[in-house]
Each structure stands twice: as C-alpha cells, then as structure tokens.
Design a protein around this ligand. Sequence first.
Ligand SMILES: [Zn+2]
Length: 421
Amino acid sequence: MDTKTCDASVVTDLRVNGERLWQSLMDLAKIGATPKGGVCRLTLTDLDRQGRDLVISWAREAGLSVTIDKIGNVFMRRAGRNNMLPPIMTGSHIDTQPTGGKFDGNFGVLAGLEVIRTLNDYDIETEAPVELAFWTNEEGSRFVPVMMGSGVFAHIFTLEHAYAAKDIDGKTVGEELARIGYIGDEEPGDHPIGAYFEAHIEQGPILEDKEITIGVVQGVLGIRWYDCVVTGMEAHAGPTPMELRKDAMQVAARIMQEVVAIAHRFGPHGRGTVGMVQVFPNSRNVIPGQVTFSIDFRNMTDALVDEMDAALRAYVGTVEQETGLGVAITQVSHYPAAPFHPDCKDAVRRAAQRLGYSHMDIVSGAGHDAVYMSMLAPAGMIFIPCKDGISHNEIEDTQPEQVTAGTNVLLHAMLERARVV
Ligand SMILES: [Zn+2]
C-alpha cells in the first residue's frame, strides 16, 4: 500500500491484532507472577527492571526510538511525517500492587504498543509522531506519593522530593532507580505532548453491571478529606435521663447521615463516605463524650466539592445550635478534580461509535497518570469492564474481546488526533 495515498477506508477498517496483544499481556504477566494468577511487580525492584526491559525490547523491535527521563519515565516514539509536531501520546504504568493483577496499568501500556504494531503492519503514516510512555511508580505501594513519575513530569513535586522517598527498608527512589539502571538523561517534563490518551480497566463495577464495552471517561473526581470531632459529655447510661445528656454519638450519627445525604443531593457523581470512627470512652454503659470520624467527599468538579463542603458546614452549624455540643471539622487533604478535554472525550466517543461498541460516559473515582497529563495537554481515558469491578487483587480479570475493543478505540482516537497522512 502506498502510504502517501492511504485512503480513508483503509483507516476506517483498521483493527488491532487482539491475539498478539493478549499474548503480550500474558508474557509480561509472567514477570512477578503469583501462584493465585496475579502479578507482584513492585516499582524499582529487579522484577520491575525485567518488565521494563521486556517492554523496551518490544518497542525496539517495532522500530521505536526510546528516551528515558531522570525519574525513569520511558518514552517510545514512532516518527510522524512532521516531527516538529508534539507527539500524540498514550501510556500507563507497569508497576503493580503487592497483590496486583495482570491488567491494571499493563493493559494501557500494551494497548499502546499494539496500536503502534498495527500502524506498522499496515504501513500507516501519521502527521504527528505517536508515542508510548510508561510512568514510574504509579501505584505508590512501595514509595509515596502515588503517580510519582507523572507527577514529577508535570512539576507537581520535585525530582529531589521523589528521589528522597524511602521504602520500609530505608531504600530511596534515587538509589533504586540507579541500581536498576533507569535514571535517564532527559529532564522530567522537558517533552511536549500534543494529546494524551490512557486505556485502563474500570476498577469499578459499572460497565460490567450495565453490560457496556467502553467507558468514555469524563474526568477523575476531586477529593476532599476531613477529620470531624464531636465533643459532648461522658455520663452513666442509667441514671442520666435522655433530655439531660450530651451524647456525642447521637450528634455524630446525624452528621454521618448528612454526609451521605449531601452526596446524594450533589449527584450523579457525588460521593460521601465515613470510613473511620473512634468513640470515647467506647464503653457500653457510658454515654459517649467524644466521637472522631473521617469524611471523604468526591465530585466531578472542584466547584461541586466546594458546594458539598459548604452544605456540610451549614448543617454542622445548625446541629451545634440545636444540641449545644461542639463540632470541629478539619480538612486534612485535597486533590483537585481532573476533567478531561472535550476534544479527547469526543474522539473516544466517536471511535466507539464508529467501531459499533456499546459505550457510556463514566467518571473515574481512582487516580491515574492521565490526571497529571491533563494539566499539560488535552487528555482523555478509555475504560473497559473488569470482572466484578475488582482490581488491586490477584483475581483481577477482563475478557480478551474487551481488551481488543478498548485497544481499537484507542487506535482510532489516537489516529483522529495524529491525523493519517
Ligand atoms: Zn492503574
């Protein structure tokens, strides 16, 4: 085929090789394979190095040029016709949780490799270069913070901060990166991106429950964490009549109910969770004098999280007045929402439509490297179902047809942005 006169039908009919992709997923999953069928390949271990080496060897076989930055992020590039254009990038991570599965992260990386192998098979030339990346330490189980490589790349935290992070044995990221030979030359972030797509298993139950193949990810929810302390007065559960009590538990219970009610009011993506509770003195015949609990609020935009915050504080003010008990709310963490770019969401939706896959809009309640990429370039994500919504577990599973479908969507979304010559 003459790539210079590549006609539209060739591109429209283009499909990835699902068997080759599945085989690559199974081959990569052998490195760090666990007896229960999962993968334990913690970041910056010898196994991580073997995984990195394998993916890079596949990239070189596919004719890609490889660059590595100082935090060990790896970029594998297929040249375009105009190499002055920033690349259309895809990627994810190949590190896993201690009880990880074969697909979390690995699917996104090998889907990107399969997209490039397919372009090679059919000799398709793109205007912009196409790049595949894998990011260091997305999981954060050995070294904190999570999404470290993409975070350093996006200048959310410094290289020095990341290098100094220690695991439980006192080994640092800097030492371990050097030991496995993955400190590259490139300054993190010194690498323009035209657009970024990430394919990932959903890690939740929605697509499977609705029997839908493709999730068009609208964004990643913003998160706000609080500690809440209700102070009353401990007293004997028998002699103290109901109207003379200062029962911290009863007031805490009202606020906990309201946390959930607020999440429902700010739907469809509002989330409200009380996951930790401590009762003082925690005795069956003492009226609780103090209750401390956590609040986790999430929503699609920072403005909605702000409104949930205001609703909570207003309710707490009313309860304090009604009961005379003191309630202290302290915000302990905050992660901004990452709405994805309309052009990228549309590209994913159009690709799913053209390919005839069932699809729906969905949000991500979990963080991904695409969060940080969305601060640098138009970004979007593609979700595929995973069995029972389970991930970070050795039983994590998904079907070959779903993996193939997600990768076909990735291919067509990327081609729309990279433009076939
Ligand atoms: Zn992941």
